[in-house]
Design a protein. Structure first.
Length: 88
């Protein structure tokens, strides 16, 4: 399966026009249109993928993160379960 992604403008007549690359296959295709959810969209309280200039910035960010609420034993158990699943 091949996918092509395009940014398009929806005209006042509610139409879009897309020209595919010459190497796109011919025949049946599915078209999916996604619109941003502007009514309920709220920006995240912090970046999803923060960037750091150095390790000190990362450590300061890390220390400010809330605790997960899980104990060391719970985390170790989950790691063991994941590791044991690799053997199957």
């Amino acid at each position: 399966m091949q996918a092509y992604q395009f940014e398009q403008y929806v005209s006042p007549a509610h139409r879009i026009s897309v020209e595919l690359p010459a190497d796109a296959p011919v025949g049946a295709a599915k078209i999916i249109v996604l619109f941003p959810d502007t009514e309920r969209h709220q920006p995240p309280s912090q970046p999803q993928h923060p960037e750091f200039a150095n390790i000190a910035e990362y450590l300061a960010w890390h220390d400010a993160q809330p605790a997960s609420g899980r104990s060391t034993e719970e985390i170790d158990r989950q790691i063991r379960e994941e590791h044991d699943g690799w053997r199957d």
